[in-house]
Design a protein around this ligand. Structure first.
Ligand code: G3P
Length: 219
């Protein structure tokens, strides 16, 4: 499973990339708005920080396929080498994804909450589908079950070339469960990546090694 970082915070992206395990960056209008910088400038800066895929979403104000397509072209043009355009799941979005596929513009269909939505997006030509695990958990539906369903469905059809991207990740357990489910990618907030690396027994073990070493060999 690949790990992307889910943020538009440039400092966190830099720190995450330095770990050597993060190979992509996902954003969305809320994450970019939180940073308070220009939308396209933020995407351009992020795309310059990595050779991996960078995901820029069409603004929530674009609702008709023709407007989504127009804006998707603009976002893709920011960094054609690694930009993937995020398009929310609905019928206008599917029309746009299908048209953009013909133009060779890679898309990620986002805000997906069901296997049927993911299937439609893949058939429309999306390169990725973003399944929102945390938001399903928020309403009492097990988000990682949908990840499993989509992975199993896509595995039935070798001609479906669409990556399952687990999103709305809130805890290290979400990451574990998505990996067990076979997601191709998990896009993870910086703080959750940090939590994943930690374990109290590791920290106490390091402390004991250090103390035992110092007792015999000194500092
Ligand atoms: O990748 C989508 C993610 O940013 C949404 O997360 O916590 O707002 O559901 P959340």
């Amino acid at each position: 499973m690949k790990i992307f970082i889910d943020t538009a915070n440039l400092a966190d992206i830099q720190k995450a990339l330095e770990l050597g395990i993060v190979t992509g960056v996902t954003t969305n209008p809320s994450l970019i708005a939180k940073e308070g910088l220009d939308y396209y400038t933020t995407l351009k800066k992020i795309a310059s920080m990595t050779d991996g895929p960078v995901f820029g979403e069409v603004k929530a104000t674009a609702t008709l396929a023709e407007d989504i397509i127009k804006e998707a072209r603009e976002i893709y043009a920011i960094a054609p080498k690694n930009m993937v355009v995020k398009i929310p799941m609905n019928t206008e979005g599917l029309k746009a994804i299908s048209a953009l596929k013909k133009e060779g513009i890679p898309t990620n269909c986002t805000l997906i909450f069901s296997a049927n939505q993911a299937l439609l997006a893949a058939l429309a030509g999306a390169s990725y589908v973003s399944l929102f695990v945390g938001r399903l958990d928020d309403i009492g539906q097990k988000g990682t079950d949908v990840v499993s369903e989509v992975v199993d469905i896509f595995a039935n059809y070798p001609d479906i070339h669409c990556e399952v991207l687990a999103a709305s990740i809130r805890t290290p357990m979400h990451v574990t469960d998505c990996a067990i489910a076979g997601a191709d990618v998990a896009t993870i907030p910086y703080n959750v990546i940090m939590q994943m690396a930690k374990h109290p027994l590791t920290e106490s073990g390091i402390e004991r090694f250090k103390n035992d070493y110092i007792k015999v060999f000194g500092e």
